[in-house]
Design a protein around this ligand. Sequence first.
Ligand SMILES: N[C@@H](CCC(=O)N[C@@H](CS)C(=O)NCC(=O)O)C(=O)O
Length: 296
Amino acid sequence: MALHGLALPNSQVVLSAACTRPPVTAGRPSRARFVFSSTTVNRKLIVSSSSINNPYTAAGGMQEVAAGEDAHELKLLGTWRSPFAMRVRLALHFKGLGYEYQEEDLANKSDLLLASNPVKKEVPVLIHNGVPICESLAILEYIDEVYHGIGPSLLPADSYQRARARFWAAYIDNKLIAPWWKMFVGKTDKEQDEGTKQTLASVEMLEGALRECSKGKPFFGGDNVGYVDAVLGGMVAWMQGTKVLCGVELLHATKTPLLLAWMEHFGELEPAKLVLPDVDRLVEFAKMKRAQRTRI
Ligand SMILES: N[C@@H](CCC(=O)N[C@@H](CS)C(=O)NCC(=O)O)C(=O)O
């Protein structure tokens, strides 16, 4: 089997290959474009450097994605410090999918971002073969569906477990990130105190969620990272910077031992090492934004 490598931004490599096994189709938006011959198909093998030694992707990180030249074009618009963009990047790496990354300047948004997300004008936006998908949780579900069978599934197969994972993902957005933000930039001491109380209560609640979902395994997804891990994973660097930024210790060896261990295991994953920003850099940036009273 001949492989031809092509370097992409973000330390990714696209390999083209000719082989004879049945094609792995990549879901609705792309499927219509593919024409497969019954015996031999051209397809692209997408390898992201993060997944080569990543136990969370099958076949050593090399994934057959689709046939056809334009079968798999993923471009992500994000910012390095956005927990919402980070969770999408993490999920793409967990699944071993190559993508092009475009860093946005939120003070001077690109025409592509404005055209791709005209309603909210926010990152992240994932552009799949020219079609934009907005909202981080919707993006995670999209890639899990479209690339079903490619890399590990993010959401559980069981409907009840899936509903539960979605519940905790929404909880992280509404009950952890929203009050965290209040704690960080609340206009009054009262507002900041309320944010702190809510954030700490939510962290304890998430400790219980992790206990239930993981069943003694390291991740919300069990042995492997899944949807909730990616969603909370986007907040890891922010949580680590919280003590310096807000004077609040979020995790405790006695109150939240499972989350502490989760954070350690999570940080050891190759995708996390690639995607999560340096905490000191994040803290300096956040302090500067807070002093300027401008949005992060
Ligand atoms: N609910 C959205 C939140 C996205 C969001 O808040 N993005 C911020 C960056 S962290 C943004 O793009 N803000 C636009 C701006 O500041 O103008 C999601 O999950 O994708």
